[in-house]
Design a protein around this ligand. Structure first.
Ligand code: ADP
Ligand code: ADP
Length: 229
């Protein structure tokens, strides 16, 4: 699987106001890097550049050693799975929701993704009880179940790179622990960037980057960062 490098990246949404100010870091292939920092620090912007919603003003983003502006947007996006804080779910069955955005995903791929996201009991009961998943006619999914649908949706394309953008921030703490366990399992063997705002949720990351005003202010393991406080 490819590693990810930000090399002296400068980026801003509006002229005259930069959000990332010469940001450099490396996520070695197969490892997990967490990014923390105050709201507005630029964490989500990193994900938007990686997924090529935007390109840097200067500097480079490398995936597998290649500048992502030099390859097709499709190939970059195919390599990256994003788990956001909130996902839009459709008033359709779970298989539809899991397969959404992964054209060509067959039933076996959807079932495997559901299993990996620990959703199998739900998918087994399709289509009768879960024919509609939200709204008056169907059973409402809990926050944790919705996140498992989002995780399964991400896993369908079996991406070598995972971007977790506050993936557990909206959950209560017990559900968060359950989802974190699933995320740790699916991160194995993938290059993972986990954006978070609580240090406790990323204790086992290989490296933690502390971002402020679009600059790296600290980095290290969880224990090293705690020791330096
Ligand atoms: P974080 O994820 O660390 O909270 P973001 O990367 O979302 O930070 O945002 C960093 C800064 O960029 C903030 O000041 C925010 O207001 C600004 N910003 C985010 N998205 C946009 C946008 N689409 N247009 C203009 N400014 C934006
Ligand atoms: P997050 O998940 O970090 O909240 P958002 O993209 O929702 O990311 O927004 C982050 C910040 O950027 C918020 O403060 C929001 O108001 C601001 N923001 C988002 N889009 C824009 C935009 N188009 N113009 C200016 N600010 C924006």
């Amino acid at each position: 699987q490819p590693g990810v490098v930000f090399d002296n990246v400068v980026f801003g949404y509006d002229p005259g106001r930069t959000i990332l100010n010469g940001l450099s870091f490396e996520v070695p292939a197969g490892s997990t890097t967490a990014i923390v920092g105050p709201s507005g620090a630029g964490k989500s912007t990193i994900g938007r550049l990686l997924f090529r919603f935007y390109d840097p003003l200067s500097g480079r983003v490398l995936v597998g050693g290649e500048d992502i502006t030099q390859v097709t947007q499709e190939s970059v996006r195919a390599a990256i799975g994003i788990v956001p804080q909130d996902s839009v779910l459709f008033n359709e069955d779970l298989a539809y929701n899991i397969g959404y955005g992964a054209e060509g995903a067959d039933q076996a791929m959807i079932e495997r993704a559901a299993r990996d996201a620990a959703l199998t009991p739900l998918i087994d009961r399709l289509p009768d009880r879960f024919a509609t998943m939200v709204g008056e006619r169907g059973l409402k999914l809990s926050g944790g179940e919705k996140q498992r649908v989002a995780i399964a949706r991400t896993l369908v394309k079996n991406p070598p790179i995972l971007l977790l953008d506050e993936a557990t921030s909206a959950l209560d703490s017990r559900t968060e622990q359950e989802i974190l366990a699933t995320l740790r399992r699916i991160a194995e063997g993938r290059t993972t960037i986990a954006i978070a705002h609580r240090l406790s949720t990323i204790a086992d990351a290989d490296n933690i980057l502390v971002l402020d005003h679009g600059r790296l202010v600290e980095s290290g393991t969880h224990s090293a960062l705690l020791a330096s406080r």
